[in-house]
Design a protein around this ligand. Structure first.
Ligand code: SAH
Length: 353
């Protein structure tokens, strides 16, 4: 019986070596193939000049090279690009490329849909449909990099697209291993950020991976956080902060707290006060994200003046705080707006593939 083929993009280098050995080839053949594909961006087997003939002939028997299908690409007036990918019927998800100076950040999805049920989040309206495999995450990076103009290199990855990365540790941490391998893409671990809603028991995996940790706090006391993020009922703020402290102690890095500003829910003066108290307990920076509205969310974006006021209170208390700029608004690529079902006017450039 024919063996099922391995998806090449699912395999870390050491897994690739084992597979190649299983088929009776030398382990260094795996390294050669890995280098051709990830470092030299060559996928045509005929151009892989140092491979032996019998290994080359065997490659199509051992591997497939499937990546997610690109459905559309949209380019915003601010340079942000949004890609809609599909991994099967009803299984589409989005990836966003955000340029900022000499940094080009790819915001990848880790799941189609999400089970975390955060009350303000658009993806949460779609229950979890699929945890993406490593190849489906690596595929977002490789496909986007290949489509970008030659002078734009992806420099950073954030797991802040659709899904909860720590609900899919297998796909997420394999993809990180693959993309940081020195023989391949060789992205620095410090340029990868894993953002979690607070799956406390999985935070040590981020520490181990060498990636940076971001935590969606979105509330500075248990009552508020319970209201907007049901995960807080499983792991409360105290448990979450302990896990963050373990991370900062082990890595000597700061943790990034994301804080969505919801009018009259998380933007009150007492919220700012509590957030300051909390931020003093742990090496951190805070990213405030004004709520991006979507229909029937039941929440509102605060006024510009109250967003400013909230940020200033934190700054005046020497908290390292940044306001997340809203990018790609015209193509619905902004934080929390990612969902292929949510399409409005199609006035922007669309490239079908
Ligand atoms: N599940 C992960 C990563 C995906 S969400 C997490 O929770 O961190 C990425 C960020 O977008 C989170 O900080 C989340 O709080 C924020 N977000 C979700 N919906 C939003 C919205 N409508 N407006 C602004 N930020 C939103």
């Amino acid at each position: 019986m024919e063996k099922t083929k391995h998806n090449f993009y699912n395999l870390t280098l050491s897994e690739l070596e084992s597979v190649v050995a299983e088929y009776g080839h030398k382990a260094f053949r795996a390294r050669q193939l890995f280098q051709w594909i990830y470092a030299h961006k060559v996928t045509d087997l005929d151009k892989m000049t140092n491979l032996s003939k019998d290994f080359k002939q065997d490659i199509p028997n051992i591997f497939n090279f499937e990546m997610p299908d690109l459905l559309t690409e949209k380019v915003s007036t601010d340079g942000t690009r949004k890609y809609l990918f599909s991994v099967g019927p009803g299984l589409s998800f989005e990836t966003v490329m955000i340029p900022a100076g000499d940094r080009n950040t790819l915001c990848v999805s880790s799941e189609v849909g999400c089970n975390m049920a955060c009350k303000f989040c658009f993806t949460a309206k779609q229950k979890l449909k699929k945890r993406l495999t490593a190849s489906e995450i690596v595929g977002q990076f490789i496909k986007v990099q290949n489509m970008l103009p030659k002078d734009i290199q992806l420099t950073n990855i954030v797991f802040m697209g659709m899904g909860e990365p720590l609900d899919n540790p297998e796909g997420v941490f394999s993809s990180i291993k693959i993309l940081t391998s020195e023989l391949g893409v060789n992205l620095s671990r410090k340029k990868i950020t894993v953002s979690t809603s607070g799956l406390v028991d999985k935070i040590p995996l981020v520490t181990e991976s060498g990636a940076r940790l971001a935590v969606s706090l979105n509330g500075a006391d248990n009552q508020t956080r319970d209201r907007v993020m049901p995960i807080n009922k499983k792991w409360n703020i105290e448990a979450l902060l302990q896990a963050c402290l373990d991370y900062t102690n082990a890595t000597k890095d700061k943790v990034t707290f994301e804080y969505v500003l919801l009018k009259d829910v998380t933007d009150r003066p007492e919220d700012a006060k509590k957030l300051i108290q909390l931020a003093r307990k742990i090496p951190c920076k805070i990213n405030i994200i004004p709520f991006n509205e979507h229909p029937n969310s039941g929440f509102e974006r605060p006024s510009e003046s109250s967003i400013d006021r909230f940020q200033k209170v934190l700054m005046n208390n020497n908290i390292h705080v940044l306001r997340r700029k809203t990018m790609g608004r015209d193509i619905y690529a902004a934080c929390g707006q990612l969902n292929s079902v949510y399409k409005n006017n199609e006035s922007t450039q669309t490239r079908a593939n």
